[in-house]
Each structure stands twice: as structure tokens, then as C-alpha cells.
Design a protein around this ligand. Sequence first.
Ligand SMILES: CCCCCCCCCC/C=C\CCCCCCCC(=O)SCCNC(=O)CCNC(=O)[C@H](O)C(C)(C)COP(=O)(O)OP(=O)(O)OC[C@H]1O[C@@H](n2cnc3c(N)ncnc32)[C@H](O)[C@@H]1OP(=O)(O)O
Ligand SMILES: Cc1cc2nc3c(=O)[nH]c(=O)nc-3n(C[C@H](O)[C@H](O)[C@H](O)COP(=O)(O)OP(=O)(O)OC[C@H]3O[C@@H](n4cnc5c(N)ncnc54)[C@H](O)[C@@H]3O)c2cc1C
Length: 660
Amino acid sequence: MDYLSDERKKSDFDVEAMKVAWAGSIQEFQLSDRMAKLVANDPVFEKFTRPMLGRKELLKNTLRKSAHAWKLIIDLRLSEEEAKWLRLYVDEPAYTDLHWGMFIPAIEGQGTEEQKKKWLPLAKKMQIIGCYAQTELGHGSNVQGLETTATFDTRTDEFIMHSPTLTSSKWWPGGLGKLSTHAVVYARLIVGGQFHGVHGFIVQLRSLEDHSPLPGITVGDIGLKFGNGAYNTMDNGVLRFDHVRIPRNQMLMRVSQVTKEGKIMQSDVPRQLIYGTMVYVRQTIVADASKALSRAVCIATRYSAVRRQFGSRDGGPETQVIDYKTQQSRLFPLLASAYAFRFVSEWLKSLYLDVKQRLEANEFSTLPEAHACTAGLKSLTTTATADGIEECRKLCGGHGYLVSSGLPELFAVYIPACTYEGDNVVLMLQVARFLVKTVSELGHKKPVGTTAYMGRVASLMQKNSAVQTAEGWLNPGAVVEAFESRAARMAVRCAQELAKFGNPEEGFAELAVDLVEVAVSHCQLIVVTKFFEKLQQDIPGKGVKESLEVLCYVYALFLLHKHQGDFLATGYLTPKQASLANAQLRTLYSKVRPNAIALVDSFSYTDHYLGSILGRYDGNVYPKLYEAAWEDPLNDSDVIDGFHQYVQPILKQRLHSAKL
Ligand SMILES: CCCCCCCCCC/C=C\CCCCCCCC(=O)SCCNC(=O)CCNC(=O)[C@H](O)C(C)(C)COP(=O)(O)OP(=O)(O)OC[C@H]1O[C@@H](n2cnc3c(N)ncnc32)[C@H](O)[C@@H]1OP(=O)(O)O
Ligand SMILES: Cc1cc2nc3c(=O)[nH]c(=O)nc-3n(C[C@H](O)[C@H](O)[C@H](O)COP(=O)(O)OP(=O)(O)OC[C@H]3O[C@@H](n4cnc5c(N)ncnc54)[C@H](O)[C@@H]3O)c2cc1C
């Protein structure tokens, strides 16, 4: 029985076509769909018992799933794209993520042709397992502050890897704790007693025979992390070196080379390329944000249509909680954000692929923008997604707190995204630096790409919004101009404040809070703009483009409402115009309402991937919640272990004293 069938009938667009729009293309949809079903129908990938497992069982279970996934990849000859979807739907962080997601990309991006030829075939056949060992106990954000040393010894043509202090211990790398045989280790290069910056080195950590740590290496897991199950399927590790020697050719040498004689040779490649793996991963994290948020929103939307509270008339049904305006005002902007993040991630991927091609041809001019966009959008989307998942939990009332709702585990596994691959505030400060530089160069350099609007700063500073009615906000030009003006005005105001400081670094530190707000406004502008640009494309299917248009305006006007202080303070909007935007937003929520279930069905998630009783496709929530409660191990018996030992004596004592 489909308890949501009436809801599905209300929608006015072609859901199958929306699935394609969400996936990006028919090919991508088919590929994703095939992998989702492959995982959902395979009992090895069952995940409902995960939160009940102890750490050792949990990790072993992950190893079993990873081995099975690898077998499927080989047996079914899956392509790299198919393997990525498979990993997504298996839905369990594992050492293989860092091997494929960071170790291999680090060698691809920073290795010489010779190094790639030697290491990549071994890694791609998984004959070695690698991780990305950058962060230390004492330093994560400040990469230049890393303390591990790699000292070149001209006599033996080797580097000596060493951890000189406790705080230099590598700390956090995923896959390092128990599984990696190798790591790309980031360390201070020392040649002839001089420090030459931080570089990556391929270091073997464990024996390929018996997996024991090699001499001079101390390695282990850093311990249990937030939440049951969740990220505890990953062996984040600690690593120390005691004068471990590696051959000279294991320094990744695309950026700088060290010769046999101990000479440092700089190539034309900028030093920042050493950070290139982070640019790649940040871009993938933006795509993952839309997946995590859409998953939470799918659960909260379906449940909000099933759940009824108050409002019964003459004994009739009560009101579905999705019909409350307050519920809509919390849920629908998240639904719109999921779509917005999906489309901005699509754009970011194309920007990244373009930069990657240029880098391969030694053309580096677009790297700063790629860094600013990946850092800023990673920060913006992961912050919104982490907050959004928690909001979805609250939108599901008490039942959202049950593990069987799927939301607690999703939250616990997701929130470190705000920290890993760059703390979100630290990353926004990088965007701010990029914007301040752009503003300072306006007189002699035409801004391009995502900062092109800064080139129109004079007119953006003068012109105010012309919107007169609520309908007036349904105009891409009016909305984009509002976001451009706000970002440009805030950036210019900050630049003027900065100019008052004699020392720019001192000014940057003092105004950091305002600078982060400028960066956020710039990144929101990018997301809004890319959503409107997506709508310019040919999007087939009855009503699909129209529904996406509604979501685009919901996303933009919700942000405008939330940050109306900025829009008003910069003088671009009047209070009346801000309140017209809010009125329009209410109308838009009414347009989303009949399509809400169809819009989350369009994510095409299987019940396995959602992992939620509240989010079941058929909406059969109550019987399944009731059934699941009886499957809890506490309900194996009526009288629990420990009762006779610890509780009954107390009861007896009470009875005894009552008699007295
Ligand atoms: C077949 C099977 C297939 C299976 C597929 C599976 C695929 C799985 C995929 C899974 C993918 C991922 C899983 C992810 C799991 C999570 C992993 C988490 C891993 C980590 O966390 S790794 C550690 C990350 N660490 C950080 O991010 C540190 C943050 N800090 C920094 O980035 C920097 O140090 C900094 C804060 C940016 C630097 O500040 P600082 O001012 O000190 O910088 P510098 O002086 O060094 O340089 C300033 C100069 O450089 C520019 N710049 C900085 N960063 C970059 C960059 N990344 N790119 C380009 N340019 C950069 C900066 O703008 C300055 O430029 P300027 O001089 O002003 O022009
Ligand atoms: C689950 C997980 C997996 C990880 N996996 C890996 C991995 O595989 N490999 C790896 O190398 N690392 C990994 N890391 C480490 C991760 O990259 C770092 O934790 C991250 O970069 C943040 O650095 P930090 O811990 O030093 O935070 P800190 O920089 O110490 O942050 C602490 C606080 O200080 C603030 N702060 C720091 N600097 C500034 C500044 N300049 N201005 C203003 N505020 C500032 C931050 O905003 C934050 O509030 C992982 C971390 C986690 C949680």
C-alpha cells in the first residue's frame, strides 16, 4: 500500500524527467540507478545493524563490504564512474575513500611522469593501499606549520623522515590507523640544513607480507569518534617516524626537485599545486553536500506528509504537518538548497575539470579562482547541510531522534565535513583574501569569472532595487542584481575599512568577522547565479523547468529574507522591498507544496540508501516503527539482564521500608 499515493497525484511535473535533470543527464541517471539497485539488492550491504556494533565488529564489517565492493568492481568490470556511484550507495566511509579520493589524486597531481608510472598502476590495482597524511596533532589548518621533517642525506641519496616532537605526530588521516600500506606524507623539506617548504613524500608504512609496521614507524588508530557507527567505520590514524629512510625519488617532484647532489630545482609549476589534492576533494565535497542534504530533506518531507497533528474538524483527519506554514518555511528552503547545491556542484565540477586540463598543460592562471570557488563553496554548502540535517531531525519531531529515522547517523557522519578538508571559517577567510585582492586590483585588472560583477562595482554601488511589487521579485535580473550589489558593497566597505590600517595583515585579522560575511555573500551569489544559469539550459519534461524556477526563487528569496540586514544596511533595498520579497516567498511555498513529494521522489533514492523508516517510499511509517522497536536487543526478553542484580534489591528495600 502506498500511503503517499494521493500526494504523488498532486504533482504537476514529470517526475521521470526531473530525475534526469537532477542526475545531470540520462546516462548519468541510468548509471546511478543501476548502482543504487545493485547495492540495495545485495545483502552484504545491509546497514541497519550498524549502530549496534562495537568498534572492532564495525570495522571488520566495513572491510567485508569494501572487499565485496572491490570484487563487484572487478567481476562486473565497473568503470571508475560506476565505482564512484557504488561507493556512494554503499554509504559507509571506508579506508578506500582516502586511497581513491586523496592518495591517488595526490600522486596524479604532484608526481612526475616517472613517479606516476611507478606508483599509479600499483595503487589502481590496490596492490598497495594509501592515505593522505598531512594533519598533525599540533597543526591542521596551518599547513606551513607542520613539523614532520624530511631531511636529505646526500651520502645515501635518501630522505630521513622524522617526527621531532609529540605535536608533529600525524593525527587524523583516514585509512592510516589500521589499513594503509603507504601514505603521501607532508613534511618540511630540509636540504643542506635549510628549510625549503612543505612537500609530499610517498612512504611505505607497513609490510606488504604481514602488514606489520616497518622499522622506525609507530602507527595506530586515534580512537572512537562522534556517534555510534557513523564515521567510526574509518580508521583515522596516528603516525610517528623515528629517522625512517626513503629513496630520494619518493619525494613528489612535480613542483620542486631535489638532485642527487642536494640542489633544489624549481619547475614552472606554482608552489600552490602542492595543495592541489585539496582543491579536487573540496569540489567533490560540494557534490556530496547536495546528496546528504537531499537525503535528509527526502526523509523530512515524506514524514511531514504522513504525520498529522491538530486541526481535526467533525472527527475528520487532522492536519498534515507539511501544511503548516512554519513547517514549510523551514523545510522548503532546504529542499531548494539541495537542488541549488546539486547544480552549483555540476558547474564546479566543470570548472575543476577545465583547471585540471590547464594545469596538465602548465597553464596556471585560473588556479586562484578555482581555489577560491572550491574553498568557498565547500564551506558554504557543508555548513548549510550540517545545519539542514539537524533541522530535518527537528522537523520530524520526536521520531527524528530515533536512530531508525536515519537522521542521527546521517548527522554524525556528515558534520566533520565542516572541519575536514579545511575548517569552514579558515576557508572563508581564503575567499575573503581573494576578494580583497580582486578589489585592490580593480584599477588595473579586469575581474573575470565569478568576480566579473566587481568590474561593475561603480554602478552596483549607485543603483538601488527597482522592485515595486511581490511579483517584481520573480525576475532573475532583479534577484541577481540584489545579490551582486550586496556582495560588491560589502566587499568595498571592508576594503575601505582595511585601508585604514597601516599594516594590512593587522587589518585583516581585526576585520576577520566582517570579511567572512563578505565571503559568504559572494559564495551565495555564485550559487544563486549558477541556479539561474541552469534554468537557461534546455530542461525537457512537462513542468520540470517551471518547478525548478520556483525552487530557484525560494532559494534566493529565502537567503534574501534571512540576510535582509545586509541588504538593508548596504542601502540596496528598502524595508518595504524586503517585506515584498518575504510575501513572495510565502506564495512560492504554496506552489512548492503540491509538488513536495514528487520533488523528493526525483532524487530517486532507494529505501536502502535512505536508511530511514520515516522516509520510506510507501509512507508506511507507524507499523514499521512499531515492528522495529521489537527488534531492539533490549526487547529479546521481558526482564533484562541486570534487573535481578541491580534493580530488584532496591525494589525489595522499598517494599520493606513501606511495610515499616
Ligand atoms: C575504482 C574505484 C573508485 C572509487 C572512488 C572512490 C572515490 C572516493 C572519493 C571520496 C572523496 C573524498 C573523501 C573525503 C573524506 C574526507 C577526507 C578529509 C581529508 C583531509 O582533511 S586532508 C587535510 C586537509 N587540510 C586542510 O584542508 C588544511 C587547510 N589549510 C589550507 O588549505 C592552507 O594551509 C591554507 C589555510 C589555505 C593556507 O594558508 P596560508 O596563508 O598559510 O597559505 P600559504 O602561505 O601556504 O599560501 C598562500 C597562497 O596560496 C594560495 N592557496 C592556498 N591554498 C591553495 C590551494 N588549495 N590551491 C591554490 N592556491 C592556494 C592562497 O590563496 C595564497 O595565494 P596568494 O599568495 O594570496 O596569491
Ligand atoms: C573526520 C575527519 C577526517 C579527517 N581526515 C584527514 C585525512 O585523511 N588526512 C589529513 O591530513 N587530515 C584529516 N583530517 C584533519 C582535518 O583536515 C583538520 O582537522 C582540518 O583541516 C582542521 O584543522 P585543525 O584540526 O587544525 O583545526 P584548527 O585550525 O585547530 O581549528 C580550531 C578552531 O580554530 C579556528 N581557526 C584556526 N585558524 C584560524 C585562523 N587563521 N583564523 C580564524 N580562526 C582560525 C577554526 O575556525 C576552529 O574554530 C580529518 C579530520 C576529521 C575531523
